[in-house]
Structure formats: C-alpha cells, structure tokens
Design a protein around this ligand. Structure first.
Ligand SMILES: [Zn+2]
Length: 152
C-alpha cells in the first residue's frame, strides 16, 4: 500500500494558498465610522449625502458597497433617543409638575426629531465601520491582500 502525504497536512497553508489577511483595528475603525470617515484611511467621507453611503472611499478607494447596515442604525437611534426623551419626560413631570402642557408638547417632539437626525448617521457610520473591521458580508474579500482569480 502506497500512501502519499500532501505538503500541508491537517489544514495547514499550502504554497498556493493566499496569505492570511491582516487584522483590522476594530475600535479605531468604529471611531472613524462614527465620525463619518472611511474606516480604512480615516480621511475620506463615508457618506456622499445624509445617509447615502459612497461606493468607494474618495481618498483610498476602499469599497463600501458591501455594507449591510439594514435596520440596526434606526434601532440604535430609537433605543438611545427613547431613553433620553423618556427620562426627560418623567424627570420633568416630577421636577416641574405644573409646567404647561404646550411646553411639553413642543420640547419633547422637537428633541426627539433633532436627536434622531443627529444620531442616525453616527450609528450607521459606526455600524458600517464595525462590519468592515470584522470583514463581515462582502467586506471579507474587499481590499484583500491577494485576489484569487476564479477557476475557469
Ligand atoms: Zn479611505
């Protein structure tokens, strides 16, 4: 019986396999994303309009169209905004119970609107940068060190 062993037993890297991809700093990427900047270079803009994500970074060319932010940014926005506004409403009713209703009908909806509009792009940028740092979805192959051509 003739048994041959490959050069890479037990799942080791063979010479024709690509090298491991470099790790990405998650916290640095998320901080850049929260600021609306490219998680890769930190200078290019992540959004070309209010919530429209650029296909590529205008500075370094990193691909962003792989992101799958979906409903997570609105969820986080509602979670934070509701806690802030809800706490404010309860605190106001106990601190100043005689405050005219018209003030409360003006302050809380306006604060909700402003907080939502401010927080939504922040959370979306941070989430996209987090996906990029973890190589989730299409970010796994984006800007890979070695591009593997498809077999014919
Ligand atoms: Zn960039």
């Amino acid at each position: 019986m003739n048994v041959e062993f490959s050069s890479a037993p037990f799942g080791g890297l063979a010479s024709d396999e690509p090298a491991a991809k470099p790790t990405r700093n998650i916290w640095q990427s998320v901080k850049r994303g929260l600021a609306g900047k490219c998680p890769n270079c930190g200078t290019g803009k992540l959004f070309y309009r209010y919530l429209k994500v650029s296909d590529r970074c205008p500075e370094c060319g990193e691909e962003f169209f792989h992101h799958r932010a979906d409903d997570a940014p609105p969820y986080l926005t509602i979670l934070v905004t509701a806690h802030i506004v809800g706490t404010g409403m309860v605190a106001t009713s106990s601190i100043a119970p005689d405050l005219p209703l018209i003030y409360q009908m003006t302050i809380w909806p306006a604060l909700t609107l402003v907080l939502s509009l401010i927080l939504l792009p922040i959370f979306k940028g941070g989430l996209i940068a987090h996906q990029w740092a973890l190589r989730m979805h299409g970010f796994e192959t984006a800007a890979a060190t070695v591009r593997i051509p498809a077999d014919p």
